[in-house]
Design a protein around this ligand. Structure first.
Ligand SMILES: [Zn+2]
Length: 323
């Protein structure tokens, strides 16, 4: 095995750890379940377990591991390792890097998971030739990562790219952030599903009615099946979300003059053929011609692995190591 890093995706319900390098890709992976109510110390234990297990599992020499890169959903300062806020993990002002470094010898790096995904797409997939790129992920929420002059743009206090909380309609539904009418409260899969549930409850006929009755969660795959089967309620709501997504991306392109927008996330992966043309149509309607002159809209196939790949770029940026 070539020199590698361990790249970790830390979610509320599981920790995924992979050994990865740019030559061989992902060579080993281990998943450990976590409890969303875990304390900082419990997360640290889970992370240390993942690091040890993924090394054991691969059977590779641990001396080949030059860094551990951790992706977290929240605002993270990668220089200090402090997580200012990670609502899904229940963590606030927690120096995860310092705490984990006490248990693991190799250098630890930490970054926002969407930034890592943007870096992965930029450096190892469709974004290779992009200079100014926006990566957007539509799923449970809507996340964004910004690449400016080929580098990740983190903002003044590490919250740049929070596209999901751009205001779309001040009279819209309340968002997870507590404000009203945010982009993700209107156009994410969660929002679309809520709208469909309301439609069904108000008497509209839909093949998804059985899920509403049983209370089973409508995930992207189920939503996609309903759209592909021609379910009118589902089609209408997803199409509406595409209009909003296209409009917001056009506005941001007018503002930033990107050369590439990469769209990904669970909802897009499942509904690409239906959604992409509609997003592009709304985009073209709202974008200034000059702002989109050199723009390419692409989709990513990396899915959940994008952030894993992005760890390689983080190690290069902060430790000056190439793996
Ligand atoms: Zn919000």
């Amino acid at each position: 095995m070539a020199k590698s890093i361990i790249s970790i995706d830390m979610g509320g319900t599981k920790v995924l750890g992979c050994i990865v390098n740019s030559k061989e890709g992902i060579v080993s992976r281990v998943k450990v379940p976590t409890d969303q109510n875990s304390s900082g110390a419990e997360y640290i234990d889970a992370l240390a377990t993942v690091v040890n297990e993924v090394i054991d599992e691969s059977g590779h020499d641990e001396k080949k591991i030059v860094a551990v890169c951790l992706g977290v959903a929240g605002s993270v300062n990668p220089s200090t390792g402090v997580i200012a806020l990670a609502p899904n993990l229940g963590l606030k002002d927690f120096n995860m890097k310092e705490a984990l470094q006490k248990k693991i010898e190799v250098p630890i790096l930490i970054e926002n998971d969407v930034n890592l995904a943007a870096l992965g797409i930029k450096n190892f997939e469709v974004g290779k030739k992009a200079k100014n790129m926006l990566a957007v992920f539509v799923g449970t929420g809507i996340g964004g990562g910004l690449i400016i002059n080929k580098k990740i743009y983190r903002g003044s206090s590490f919250t740049a790219g929070e596209i999901g909380h751009v205001l779309v309609n001040k009279n819209g539904p309340v968002c997870g952030c507590g404000k009203r009418g945010c982009f993700e409260a209107i156009a994410s899969r969660t929002a679309v599903v809520d709208q469909i549930i309301n439609d069904i409850k108000s008497g509209k006929k839909s093949s998804l009615a059985s899920y509403v009755k049983s209370g089973e969660k409508i995930k992207s795959k189920i939503l996609s099946a309903a759209v592909n089967d021609g379910d009118k309620v589902a089609m209408k709501r997803v199409a509406k979300s595409c209009e909003v997504i296209g409009g917001v991306l056009a506005g941001l392109t007018n503002f930033m003059n990107f050369d590439m927008i990469v769209i990904g996330g669970g909802m897009i992966e499942q509904l690409k053929e239906f959604m992409l043309p509609k997003i592009e149509m709304a985009f073209n309607e709202h974008v200034l011609k000059a702002a989109a002159k050199d723009l390419e809209i692409a989709t990513s196939e990396l899915g959940g692995n994008a952030a894993i790949w992005g760890g390689i770029s983080l190690a290069e940026e902060f430790l000056d190591v190439k793996v």
